[in-house]
Design a protein around this ligand. Structure first.
Ligand code: SF4
Ligand code: SF4
Length: 474
């Protein structure tokens, strides 16, 4: 009972809970170590993703890095396929597919991405927090040392930790940069003067500092304040999504021990271990929260406690909200049927994109700003250009041919053109026709562009422009 005599609401947790103190200041979360089956899976996934991140710039497929986003030349290399500016719609389709897959995964399994595969989690838990725990010890020791005045022990541990954090940030930033400039170019830049490549240098330094700031201090605040994905959780999940939850029916009323043999108590012994291990500092017993990144640390922690007190595991577990509330599981849902239909459309779109992807682009254009036609000695003359784009990652020789465009005569000064990987060029040509054969703009220019190495050809057409039925000079 409160002082006023009214029955007060139960206090679920002593502050601070979460990353804010009751006075609004930051509660720097110091999660406790935890072991268990889900943490084992997470660390295997972290290790695999870190290896992939580090290895991709070294792996060459078809003469280019496996993933190389060559922004300078506006070319993207993805596992042997090359895309350029003309293929942007395919990249858009691919990005849509990735985002849509994330929506489907979230509907089925909640924030599994955040807990197992998000770069923020992988780097923080897989690298930075490991260094911190190694140098500064377990949670209580870290908290004690942080509150203690400066000492030699505190100084060298903190100094070394931040030094290693800076090196890690520098390394991650440079590997990231190699996805955009390729590893050999990065190597050359790193051995040259920063003045020779100021933009890349500025990016690498800015990224190093941002990463250091994020992983040394900002940490879970990025998930809570900046990342929009967590805020979409309530829209993407429903009662049947697999989330991490606390079994209220089994756990409550919580309490350390029964005061009398007749007193009814739930399985939760209110040890606070699930809160201590939480990297965002929340109490999962308060229900699903936006701050929960689905790391399952509280599941492993509570299972450990349950084993010790000889009660069944799973008081905190992966389950749907419906089942946690005592309801029956429901697999088929309206939104899943809709997602299935969108997936089919997307797969068909990707198949169409891959099948229609051509190794080069060729277009017949009029030079900008030029005179559309001239009439000289009774001959109408149009100046045109064939715009060729080599979309492959190897050189292609193009042959340009007149394909019988009577009465038009084509003059092609450069019938064969060799273009390097990703190069594009405008090749001029002249189309001529006697003015009396112009007709009523019926004449058409037809040119065949053929990639000699690609067994791929395209016939390009453009109307021949001239005076309508006129025969005079212009
Ligand atoms: S770890 Fe389990 S038993 Fe301990 S407080 Fe959390 S839910 Fe209760
Ligand atoms: S509540 Fe549990 S699953 Fe969610 S972030 Fe905290 S420890 Fe991880």
């Amino acid at each position: 009972m409160s002082e006023s005599g009214k029955k007060s609401l139960p206090v679920l947790n002593e502050p601070p809970v979460g990353s804010l103190n009751s006075d609004g200041t930051r509660n720097f979360v110091q999660p406790a170590d935890v072991r268990g089956r889900f943490q084992n899976v997470r660390y295997v996934v972290f290790a695999a993703l870190l290896v992939v991140y580090l290895a991709l710039p070294f792996i060459q497929i078809g003469g280019a890095p496996a993933v190389f986003l060559d922004i300078v030349h506006r070319r993207f290399h993805l596992f042997g396929a090359t895309f350029n500016a003309q293929d942007f719609w395919m990249v858009f389709l691919l990005l849509f597919g990735i985002i849509f897959a994330l929506v489907v995964v979230t509907t089925l399994w909640g924030r599994i991405w955040c807990g197992y595969a998000c770069p923020q989690t992988v780097f923080l838990e897989g690298l930075y927090r490991k260094v911190e725990r190694f140098l500064e010890g377990p949670r209580n020791e870290r908290i004690r040392r942080n509150q203690a005045p400066m000492s030699f022990d505190k100084l060298w541990r903190k100094g070394l930790k931040h030094g290693i954090f800076l090196v890690l940030s520098f390394g991650i930033a440079h590997v990231f940069l190699s996805y955009f400039v390729s590893l050999p170019s990065l190597w050359t830049m790193m051995h040259g003067s920063p003045a020779a490549h100021p933009v890349a240098f500025a990016w690498s330094m800015a990224m190093t500092l941002v990463l250091y700031f994020n992983f040394a201090w900002f940490r879970e605040q990025l998930c809570l304040i900046i990342c929009p994905y967590g805020r979409l959780q309530s829209a993407l999940t429903d009662e049947d999504t697999m989330v991490i939850g606390y079994d209220v029916g089994r756990g409550e009323p919580r309490g350390k021990k029964r005061k009398a043999a007749t007193e009814e108590k739930g399985d939760c012994i209110d040890c606070g271990r699930c809160v201590a291990v939480c990297p965002t500092g929340i109490d999962i017993r308060n229900g699903l929260q936006m701050e929960c990144i689905g790391c399952a640390a509280c599941v492993d922690a509570c299972d450990e406690v349950m084993r010790k007190v000889k009660r069944p595991e799973g008081l905190v577990r992966y389950d749907s909200s419906r089942q946690l509330a005592g309801g029956k599981a429901r697999t088929m849902r309206g939104r899943l049927a809709l997602y299935g239909a969108v997936s089919v459309v997307w797969v068909l779109g990707m198949i169409f994109a891959v099948r229609t992807h051509e190794p080069f682009e060729a277009n017949l254009l009029r030079p900008p700003g030029g005179t559309p036609f001239v009439v000289n000695d009774g001959v109408v003359q149009n100046t045109l250009q064939v715009h060729l784009v080599n979309k492959e990652d190897h050189p292609i020789t193009f042959r340009l041919e007149d394909v019988g465009t009577e009465p038009v005569t084509l003059v092609i000064p450069q019938p064969e053109v060799r273009l390097d990987a990703g190069e594009n060029r405008h090749v001029p040509l002249l189309a001529r026709v006697p003015v009396e054969q112009m007709g009523e703009l019926q004449a058409t220019v037809r040119v065949r562009a053929e990639g000699l190495e690609e067994e791929h050809e395209r016939v390009l057409t453009a109307p021949l422009l001239g005076p309508r039925g006129a025969e005079g000079e212009r």
